[in-house]
Design a protein around this ligand. Structure first.
Ligand SMILES: *Cc1c(COP(=O)(O)O)cnc(C)c1O
Length: 367
């Protein structure tokens, strides 16, 4: 009855462990829909990674894997803190208003001691330290993404402020790989060093394993903390399968009326009602992962629009992507199966291609 994410548990866990083993200082990212798995599940998994991480005899304290979990927003903090014992880095910068202020040392000192804030404007640091003199924070530097972050000049202007509270490092949010990021990172690190900050920890995203390795050897006195979501949780797609249930099957002849818009069937075949609709994030376009104009034009030419005016759906049967008979409904979708195709039975499961970060599954089943 559901849109289901089925996970080959052994394979998934082996992948998570392998990523952790080859990524020193890994900071798992759990945000949004929890990459399809849900935030709570990712928090428990992060605890599992931390519990199984080898101890470094040269470094006291917890192993540097899973000792910090990054969440996207302050609203998400509550979703993870009960299921996981370590620190929580909030990626959305702290502001002197809104949900950030719910992390209040006067209300829950235990929790505020675990939270690491991201500071992206000089004035916010002063405001945070005023509210919480022992606040933990990272300073975000603006990158070519131009999303959040301070300029090198603003960083230098902080002066004595960074001696207060607990500065946990400098954070860089880099765009998704387009050539090498290293020259940009090196330029920014030069600014960090010039600012004379009392920290040698660098939090980064979207660097390749090779770039991380080169950074580590070029800046051996820095601790590098790679923040990774997609390549960790979704890095082994072969361990994941998404299926929908066939809820109903109707034989139709050419001219038969169906659907919310009372369309008529353009030819004979079957209408299939399957689970999954707009509420799950099922959209009109099947995700291709390739959004270039050329590929979109190609997919249209290939029959993205069927000759009878149906749009390709993300559902496939017998390895063939099927057409929507009409736009997805809220929790179900109608597909058109032309005469001649094998007709699945009510209760059968069929494959669906989804964007994991934009899909709400009814069930997540981990073997
Ligand atoms: C989402 C996010 C990440 C993780 O991104 P993935 O592409 O899922 O690995 C890292 N850093 C920041 C600041 C983010 O917002």
């Amino acid at each position: 009855m559901s849109l289901t994410l089925s996970v080959d548990g052994d394979r998934w866990r082996a992948h998570l462990r392998a990523v952790a083993d080859r990524t020193p200082g890994l900071v798992p990212v759990a945000k949004g829909n929890g990459y399809g798995f849900g935030l709570g599940r990712l928090a428990r998994r992060t605890q599992w990674l931390a519990d199984g991480a080898p101890r470094d005899p040269d470094r006291p304290g917890p192993p540097q894997c899973g000792d910090v979990l990054a969440v996207g927003t302050y609203h998400e903090v509550a979703e993870v803190v009960q299921r996981y014992h370590g620190d929580v880095l909030v990626l959305t910068p702290w502001r002197p208003f809104g949900a950030a202020l719910q992390i209040d040392p006067a209300v829950d000192p235990g929790l505020s001691g675990r939270v690491v804030h991201t500071i992206s404007r000089p004035g916010d640091l002063a405001a945070l330290l005023e509210r919480q003199p022992d606040a933990r924070y990272v300073l975000e530097l603006v990158t070519s993404m131009l999303r959040h972050g301070m300029t090198p000049r603003e960083l230098r202007g902080l002066e004595g402020l960074t001696a207060r509270g607990r500065l946990e490092g400098v954070a860089l949010h880099l765009p998704l790989a387009q050539g090498s990021h290293l020259s940009q990172v090196e330029r920014l690190l030069t600014d960090v060093v010039a600012a004379g900050l009392p920290t040698h920890t660098l939090w980064v995203s979207h660097l390749t394993a090779d770039e991380l390795e080169r950074l580590r050897s070029a800046y051996a006195d820095f601790t590098i903390r790679p923040r990774i979501g997609t390549d960790l949780w979704l890095g082994d797609r072969g361990a994941l399968r998404v299926t929908a249930t066939v809820l109903d099957v109707h034989a139709v002849e050419r001219g038969d009326v169906f659907g919310y818009r009372s369309r008529t069937a353009p030819k004979s075949g079957h209408l299939l009602v399957v689970s999954g609709g707009t509420a799950h994030g099922i959209g009109l376009e099947a995700p291709t992962g390739d959004q270039s104009l050329k590929s979109r034009a190609a997919s249209l030419a290939r029959g993205g629009m069927d000759a009878v005016g149906f749009v390709r759906s993300p559902y496939s049967i017998d390895g063939k992507q099927r057409l929507f008979a009409e736009p997805p409904h809220m929790q179900a979708s109608m597909l058109f199966l032309p005469a001649g195709a094998r007709v699945p039975e009510v209760g059968d499961e069929i494959d669906v291609r989804v964007r994991y970060t934009a899909t709400t599954f009814d069930r997540v089943v981990i073997s």
